[in-house]
Design a protein around this ligand. Structure first.
Ligand code: FEO
Length: 170
């Protein structure tokens, strides 16, 4: 049986993953409505990934004999200045998610809940990948600047990334 403080911490993470999914969904919708179909496809895909993260946590808690909960969610922003604004927010958001997962790991280690430590290893690696992915996208955006032609190519690049991710999941 898991300790209550660990169940509470993971239930909070379940809320954060669902909020991440909705945040990326809102961003994808903004991109869709504002002429960036490649960015939209990439972010729709990423929204699905966050839903999968949420589900992984839910299954883990229930398999350990506790109950995963669905919480009330914060409303995500629906308006963004530009693509730079979106990817800066995502990069900050992912760093916050990393800190949150690391804090659960710390707690699980202190409580000698080594199953949870082992379960969290996957997420620790995943956060490494996500920070590198979004940091790299932000670097590209900073490099190309805001000219429309450059943003058109950037959007095509993200369309390719979305297609590659979808293929990898098949
Ligand atoms: Fe579930 Fe992007 O962290």
């Amino acid at each position: 049986m898991m300790k209550e403080n660990i169940v509470n911490a993971i239930n909070h993470q379940i809320k954060l993953e669902e909020e991440s999914s909705r945040l990326y969904l809102a961003m994808a919708s903004w991109a869709d409505a504002n002429g960036f179909p490649g960015t939209a496809a990439f972010l729709y895909e990423h929204s699905d990934e966050e839903r999968m993260h949420q589900f992984k946590f839910i299954k883990y808690v229930n398999e350990r004999g506790a109950q995963a909960l669905c919480a009330a969610l914060e409303e995500p922003a629906n308006e963004y200045k530009d693509l730079q604004d979106i990817f800066e927010q995502i990069y900050d958001h992912e760093q916050m998610i990393t800190r949150s997962i690391n804090a659960i790991y710390d707690l699980a280690f202190a409580e000698k809940d080594f199953n949870t430590c082992q379960f969290l290893q996957w997420f620790i690696m995943e956060q490494d990948e996500e920070e590198a992915l979004f940091g790299g996208i932000l670097d590209k955006l900073n490099l190309i600047g805001g000219a429309k032609g450059n943003l058109y190519h950037f959007d095509n690049y993200l369309a390719g990334e979305a297609a590659a991710e979808a293929t990898a999941e098949e």
